[in-house]
Structure formats: structure tokens, C-alpha cells
Design a protein around this ligand. Structure first.
Ligand code: NAP
Length: 324
């Protein structure tokens, strides 16, 4: 006979669920829990049934960790994957914990995300197409931003690697590449390096080929977010932050003390919960869950009015607040 031990995430997708044979008996299950805690780096707190991951604010019931440990011990997933899952679980519960993050993209958005995530204590690797070429850049980019080596010199904790190596490093992956090339960039990152991971998609489907302002190369009945989810079905895509300028994405309190709105879209509720936790860590106070990934059409189709607002206001330091 088999029973289900779910690690405390009842009502979700059961990702942490693990079947333990009753025949193991309580002593063996307890032994597995202890082993799992050791493998996953959890330490005992004062409470007999609670453990804490280093860096987490809150302790976690031993049963929850036990499920993860048993998953690892059963060889269903490798320990590293269980470690990633345990961190995501804790992050979802609102415990700020250091994660390995890949930021694919070296432009303003990639820099903003990589810098802020590193400041928050995460282990960040940025991904670029050609590391040697990117490190050889000496001129400002088209927007007048300093070349990446200059930026990296002031950010020694952020590493740079290929798209594939960065994605392999990340427990969470951020897509901050040019929208027209995001699929190419993610193919280069490797579907196997995105599988099972939260993929935060910030790209906008802007088409500059017809002049300024750009148009959208996908809209109305489809979106870039959906295209990415369809092309990488094993990734847990969450569209967010694409409606803000790069600085406000990660420093929302610099405008109206953060009293404005940001959106999330995605099919995986647990992935959205993790992303909402990160957004709160950035300082966002009003995160609106629009629904599944098809709702990315809405936030992407906001871009035409965003571009006109930027023209009218002469600045990109603005945002919408959804009053209700
Ligand atoms: N800028 C903003 O404030 C803002 C706000 C909201 C949303 N967004 C969206 O965020 C994304 C990033 O914007 P950004 O302004 O930081 O930079 P960007 O100039 O739109 O994109 C730069 C990145 O795209 C990559 N890239 C360019 N061509 C590529 C190709 N052919 N194949 C693979 N990768 C390619 C570059 O790779 P390399 O590193 O190899 O050069 C670089 O990392 C865009 O989709 C944009 O629409 C931007």
C-alpha cells in the first residue's frame, strides 16, 4: 500500500508530492527526512519538528523537507534539482533566500535585473551570445549606456557567460533579450536548461523595421509570452515587468513611493507565486495576476500607449496605477 506525503503544498500541482511505501515504517521515513535535511543544507531550529534553510527568514516543517529529501533519496530527481525546488518552495512562502539566477540579456533591462538581484543576495550569471565579443566592447550602446565591461567592473558579484551556461546555472531564468530575437536567444540557451524552471519573460514584441514608433510583430490573438511558452513547454513562463522602464522594474519606490501597478501572466500558479515574491522584494506593492499566459497579450499590447506616453511626457519614468 502506498500513501502520499505532500510536503505541505496541498492544493497546488503536487510537485513536491512523494510516495512513501508504508512498508518503510516511521523510523525509516524519519531517517530519510534527516538525510534529506543534510543533503539539502537545512539546519535544525530550536523546535523539534522545524528546520531552516540558511538565508531563509522562516523555518519549515520537517515533513515538508522530508518530502523533498525523500524525492532526492528515491532518485526521482537529483539532489541539485531538489535543492532548487526547496528554494523555490521557500521563496513562494515569502522567505527571501539566495537563488541562482540567469539573466539572459546584457542591455538596460538585463543590467537592471542582474544588478538588483545581486544586491538582494542572489547568485547571478548574465548570458550573452558571444562572451569574448561582449567583453571586447568599448563603445556605448545605441542608447548611450556604457559598454558592458564598464558596467561589469562596478558589479564584481555579477558573472558573464554564454546563454547556455547562464541558463544552466539558473534556478530561475530571466529573458531580457530583444523581443524579435528572444526565441533565438532561448534556443541558444537550450530547452534542457529551461525545463522545469521559472522563466521570467520581460521582452516586448517590438518591430522597428517600419520606423518609429515600433509596431508589435505579434498581437490580438497571440503574444510573445505565449510563443515562448509554446516553444518551451517545459519552462514555467511568467510574463511580467514589460510595462515599466528598466529602472522602475527593480526600483519601483523611486516613483510615487511605489504606489503603482505591475502585472503577471502565466499558466503555473506556483511559478507566479515565486515571481510575485521577487517583485515584492524589488518593492512592488500592487502586483495584479491577470491570469494564464494568454493574458500576456494585454500587457504586451499596452506598449503602443506606453510609447506615446513616453513621447508626450518626455520621460520613461512613469507607470500606471490601477485604481479600484
Ligand atoms: N529598455 C526598457 O526600459 C524596457 C522596458 C520594458 C521591456 N523591455 C524589453 O526588455 C527586453 C530587453 O530590452 P533592453 O532595452 O535591455 O535591450 P535590447 O537592446 O532590446 O536587447 C538586448 C539584448 O538582446 C540580445 N540580442 C540582440 N539581438 C539578438 C539576436 N539576434 N539573437 C539573440 N540575442 C540577441 C542582446 O544579446 P547580446 O548580449 O549578445 O548582445 C542583448 O543581450 C526587450 O525585449 C525590451 O522590449 C525593455
Amino acid at each position: 500500500m502506498v500513501h502520499e506525503q505532500t510536503g505541505g503544498r496541498s492544493g497546488d500541482d503536487g510537485r513536491l508530492g512523494v510516495r512513501l511505501h508504508d512498508t518503510l515504517g516511521e523510523a525509516a521515513v524519519q531517517e530519510q527526512r534527516e538525510l534529506a535535511c543534510e543533503q539539502l543544507g537545512f539546519a535544525r531550529t530550536g523546535s523539534p519538528r522545524e528546520v531552516r534553510h540558511p538565508g531563509a527568514r522562516d523555518g519549515l516543517g520537517l515533513d515538508a523537507v522530508g518530502a523533498l529529501v525523500a524525492v532526492a533519496a528515491a532518485g526521482v530527481v537529483v539532489v541539485r534539482a531538489a535543492q532548487a525546488e526547496s528554494k523555490m518552495y521557500l521563496t513562494q512562502r515569502g522567505s527571501r533566500i539566495a537563488m541562482r539566477v540567469a539573466v539572459l540579456g546584457t542591455g538596460m533591462v538585463g543590467r537592471a535585473l542582474a544588478g538588483r538581484l545581486a544586491d538582494l543576495g542572489h547568485d547571478v550569471v548574465m548570458g550573452t551570445r558571444d562572451v569574448a565579443e561582449t567583453l571586447a566592447r568599448t563603445s556605448p550602446d545605441g542608447m548611450g549606456n556604457p559598454p558592458l565591461p564598464t558596467w561589469l567592473a562596478g558589479r564584481p558579484q555579477v558573472k558573464l557567460d554564454s546563454l547556455a551556461a547562464a541558463a544552466a546555472h539558473g534556478e530561475i531564468v530571466v529573458n531580457a533579450t530583444s523581443g524579435g530575437h528572444s526565441i533565438d536567444a532561448l534556443v541558444a540557451a537550450g530547452a534542457q536548461n529551461l525545463a522545469g524552471k521559472v522563466l521570467i519573460d520581460i521582452a516586448n514584441p517590438l518591430d522597428f523595421s517600419h520606423g518609429m514608433p515600433p509596431t508589435l510583430f505579434v498581437k490580438d490573438t497571440y503574444s510573445l509570452g505565449e510563443q515562448i511558452q509554446a516553444d518551451f513547454p517545459d519552462a514555467r513562463v511568467v510574463k511580467t515587468l514589460n510595462t515599466l522602464n528598466a529602472n522602475l522594474m527593480v526600483n519601483p519606490r523611486e516613483l510615487a513611493d511605489g504606489d503603482h501597478s505591475v502585472f503577471v501572466s502565466g499558466n503555473d500558479p506556483a511559478a507566479k507565486a515565486i515571481v510575485i515574491g521577487l517583485l515584492r522584494d524589488f518593492g512592488h506593492t500592487d502586483v495584479i495576476d491577470l491570469g494564464d499566459i494568454t493574458t500576456a497579450r494585454g500587457s504586451e499590447m499596452y506598449l503602443p500607449i506606453w510609447l506615446r506616453l513616453m513621447g508626450a511626457l518626455g520621460s520613461s519614468a512613469f507607470n500606471v496605477k490601477v485604481v479600484r
